[in-house]
Design a protein around this ligand. Structure first.
Ligand SMILES: Nc1ncnc2c1ncn2[C@@H]1O[C@H](COP(=O)(O)OP(=O)(O)OP(=O)(O)O)[C@@H](O)[C@H]1O
Length: 246
């Protein structure tokens, strides 16, 4: 799907016939059995489905943190299947931000230091990185908290710090694994509104894996997985609800 300027015809992520197995012999598990999947620019897409159906595995191969066995994955027109491991790592550092259920903040670092990490990894100077991190924390409602340690914050505040860390290097793809599972309904709703706004910005895309049916309604589109495959794609949450096949 890549064209000459490195964009991919409206697709942020384009996955075809991707397979992934874990283990060997009797312990072999086929986690992805030929997945076709698309995420568009300017959307927040949710991946839903029963436990063990392959959601996190799909997220990991798209993000370039896990190698896959077969098939093709284009991210913003770059074919991950054609890159060496080292180049996948470089691509990920620049283009992907991550948000997890347990926030994964470093407890011994201040909020500003936590948020600076992706910039430091990309070679930005400490003073520049901390300036940008501090500005982003301000924008996310955490002005004046930059020198605090994460343990002083509520769950919702910690998740906002994690969002700042995921966005600070201006990645085009933001990958979220169960971002609201540790949060109450109202806080989770606010976090999803924020993620949806981020996803809807031009040339960006947010992909969320979640079990949390309290937040399904925030999805722009939904992809249902079952047993290592994408079974259905819904153009909106209301379409997902109406089909009622889940
Ligand atoms: N590192 C691993 N080694 C072996 N098997 C694995 C590994 N990671 C995942 N699996 C297996 O691959 C399958 C898909 O797992 P995956 O975590 O992608 O599912 P999931 O849909 O995200 O599940 P959940 O909703 O419970 O997080 C499962 O059978 C799981 O046990």
């Amino acid at each position: 799907m890549a064209n000459t300027n490195g964009q991919s015809n409206g697709f942020a992520v384009h996955v075809r016939n991707v397979t992934k197995t874990f283990g060997t012999g009797e312990a072999k598990v086929a986690a992805l059995k030929g997945v076709d999947f698309d995420a568009r620019m300017g959307e927040m897409l949710m991946i839903v489905g029963p436990s063990g159906c392959g959601k996190t595995t799909l997220l990991s191969v798209i993000a370039g943190t896990l190698a896959f066995n077969g098939g093709e994955i284009d991210v913003f027109g770059t074919p991950l299947h054609g890159l060496k491991d080292r180049d996948v790592t470089e691509f990920r550092k620049k283009n992907v931000g991550f948000i997890f259920q347990q926030f994964n903040l470093i407890p011994t670092l201040s909020l500003v230091e936590n948020v600076s990490v992706p910039l430091l990894i990309n070679g930005v100077s400490r003073s520049q990185a901390e300036k940008k991190a501090s500005e982003l924390l301000d924008r996310l409602g955490l002005a004046g908290r930059g020198n605090d340690r994460p343990s002083l914050l509520s769950g919702g505040q910690q998740q906002r710090v994690a969002i700042a860390r995921a966005l600070v290097h201006d990645p085009r793809l933001v990958i979220c694994d169960e971002p609201t599972s540790a949060l109450d309904k109202d806080t989770g709703g606010k976090i999803m509104e924020l993620l949806r706004d981020i996803g809807r910005s031009p040339n960006r895309c947010v992909i969320v894996v979640t079990h949390d049916n309290r937040v399904f309604k925030y999805a722009d589109r939904m992809t249902e997985m079952e047993d290592g495959r994408v079974q259905r794609v819904h153009e909106s949450y209301s379409q997902y609800e109406q089909k009622g096949e889940h």
